[in-house]
Design a protein around this ligand. Structure first.
Ligand code: NHR
Ligand code: GAR
Length: 215
């Protein structure tokens, strides 16, 4: 059984998609939030999953917060740590501790629009396609090896909320699938940071969702 710890900060809909995917050979060992009011915590509790809160605010430094967070994580001895809407930048030491088994979903087609407020920035830039990226986390923000991406159109009249909702639907398909690949030990990263998934079709690592005539 592969043990997974999921880190959230809020709604937790990606965490929920991973839980609901009921990935064979995987156990969601814990859901940990840096915010006590994260809606995702109640969902996890309802499913009998252990939850923890490590509030970042009382800590004097990012390093001190990350040390406390790592202690909580390590108590669950995870094989995989999944960032799912987790909103704190992590220190190099934290990232290196989980290197190769730390995943994130980012709401853009990286390397475009790393950082925050991606949907508004995509609309303002006038890009015709946008999407989501699942990547391995490295010390440099949003720059780790890309495992899979999902593409959605930017449609006339989109506001950030409409575009975010279109992207989020694809995150919910993409992220559980990538977690499944890790659980099945099918992911290889080469020295250049290229990611190969054994036995996956091209359309699985590159999800294109044209829906160009959708509302
Ligand atoms: N940490 C490292 N080292 N590398 C990455 O690739 C990381 C990471 C931590 C989080 C998720 C990321 C995203 O997908 C992620 C990737 C938060 C911020 C941020 O600026 C940026 C990127 C991501 C998550 N957070 C503010 C901070 O001061 C706080 C913002 C808030 O609380 O709302 O940490 O986009
Ligand atoms: C998702 O769209 C995720 O990609 C994004 O926040 C949302 C979280 O939703 N992540 C980031 O912006 C990380 N900086 P969720 O809590 O419902 O999964």
């Amino acid at each position: 059984m592969k043990r997974i710890v999921v880190l959230i900060s809020g709604r937790g809909s990606n965490m929920r998609a991973i839980v609901d995917a009921r990935i064979a050979g995987a156990e969601i060992a814990a859901v940990i939030s840096n915010r006590a009011d994260a809606a995702g915590l109640a969902f996890a509790q309802g499913r009998g999953i252990a939850t923890r809160v490590v509030d970042h605010r009382p800590f004097a430094s990012r390093a001190a917060f990350d040390t406390a967070l790592a202690e909580e994580i390590d108590a669950f001895a995870p094989d995989l740590v999944v960032l799912a809407g987790f909103m704190r930048v992590l220190t190099d030491d934290f990232v290196l501790r989980y290197q190769g088994r730390l995943l994130n979903v980012h709401p853009s087609l990286l390397p475009a629009f790393s950082g925050l407020d991606t949907h508004r920035r995509a609309i303002e830039a006038g890009v015709r396609v946008h999407g989501a990226t699942v990547h391995l986390v490295t010390p440099q923000l949003d720059a780790g090896p890309i495992v899979a991406q999902a593409v959605v159109p930017v449609l006339p009249g989109d506001d950030p909320a409409a575009l975010a909702a279109r992207v989020l639907r694809e995150e919910h398909r993409l992220y559980p699938q990538v977690v499944r690949w890790f659980v099945e030990d099918r992911v290889d990263v080469d020295r250049q940071g290229g990611v190969r998934v054994h036995g996956a079709g091209r359309s699985e690592q590159t999800m294109c969702v044209p829906q160009l005539d959708a509302g």
